[in-house]
Ligand binder design. Structure first.
Ligand SMILES: O=P(O)(O)OC[C@H]1O[C@@H](O)[C@H](O)[C@@H](O)[C@@H]1O
Length: 315
């Protein structure tokens, strides 16, 4: 299915008028709606590197991010699979690098489709879905050696007038069960971190990785970010976590069949320590709200599938 080299304008036989446009080359795929909203996905990692809505870029990407496949992208939406963070050494993922192999594997573009129904197509407006695939067959020898299970991933990125949906489907195509974690490591753009608050986490238990992985309960209805933050919120009862600036929402992150979320901002010292994080004061312009299944492990029996992701809505 090597369709990646041909530009792929799509059209719907049932509608007239302006249609979404899709362009694909060997490195990336982009889609633009008649409204001007757009999304761009790098085949390396199936990393969403741009999402523009109402004329504004909603994702943060470091000026020093490597986009040449030499390193996971510092920004956008890297995909974390099959382990989150450094894997436990005594686990089946123990030989994998931090955050697994999905974000630094070369994915296949499976094609696009348009739809007039679904969560992002209210009132019959067109949305466009881009599908990407990764399976054990096209994994690097190194990753295969470290995690030898048979699996198939399909990552669907749907751009609609009302937002962006990113959904990961995991299939166990082998004969033995496996455990995995998954996370959509979204870097969102904010005009100023000191004016930013996060809502939708109150009452949730979290592990604070900055405070020696101690367990706490979130007490803030609107959580300000005033220093380094690296927290894993577990089994969040609310569906949606929102990013607010000056008390007004700029973005809703709706969990789609996943219950955990990581909140991350490296702040001053950690940013200095990351060679691909530029400008060094860029931590003032980003916040990561990362939805996924990272508390414990998801188990998939042979032939079973799992699906989870997010729906993003920008204001
Ligand atoms: O530098 P990486 O591997 O992209 O990870 C960035 C951050 O990703 C977050 O998800 C983790 O909670 C942090 O601990 C980590 O520092």
């Amino acid at each position: 299915m090597d369709r990646a080299n041909k530009p792929q304008p799509i059209s719907s036989p049932t509608t007239t008028g302006p249609q979404p446009q899709v362009n694909a080359d060997k490195d990336r795929v982009s889609a633009t709606l008649p409204t001007g909203d757009s999304v761009e996905v790098l085949l390396y990692g199936a990393t969403v590197t741009s999402w523009k809505s109402n004329g504004k870029e909603r994702l943060w990407v470091s000026d020093a991010a490597k986009l040449d496949g030499s390193k996971p992208v510092r920004g956008g939406i890297p995909l974390v699979f099959p382990c989150f963070g450094p894997p436990p050494k005594d686990h089946a993922t123990g030989a994998l690098p931090q955050h697994g192999f999905a974000r630094n594997s070369h994915w296949e573009y499976l094609g696009s489709s348009s739809s007039e129904s679904g969560p992002l197509s209210k009132g019959g407006d067109d949305s466009v879905k881009l599908d990407f695939g990764l399976s054990s067959a096209n994994l690097s020898a190194e990753a295969k050696k470290a995690w030898g299970y048979d699996f198939g991933l399909v990552y669907s990125v749907t751009l609609g007038k009302d937002g962006l949906q990113t959904l990961l489907n995991v299939r166990n195509s082998g004969t033995i069960p496996f455990d995995f974690q998954m996370l959509l490591h979204s870097y969102f753009s904010t005009p100023s971190i000191t004016r930013t608050t996060i809502t939708g986490l109150a009452g949730t238990t979290y592990i604070d990785k900055v405070l020696n992985a101690t367990t706490h309960t979130e007490s803030h209805t609107a959580l300000p970010i005033t220093g380094e933050v690296d927290r894993v919120y577990k089994s969040i009862p609310q569906d949606t976590t929102s990013v607010l600036v000056d008390g007004k929402p700029i973005l809703d992150v709706q969990r789609d069949n996943v219950r955990d979320s990581v909140l991350w901002n490296p702040w001053i010292e950690k940013s200095k320590g990351m060679g691909d994080f530029e400008p060094k004061d860029g931590y003032q312009k980003m916040v990561c709200v990362e939805v996924g299944a990272v508390d414990g492990w998801q188990k998939l029996e042979p032939g079973e599938t799992y699906e989870g992701g997010q729906i993003l809505r920008a204001y």
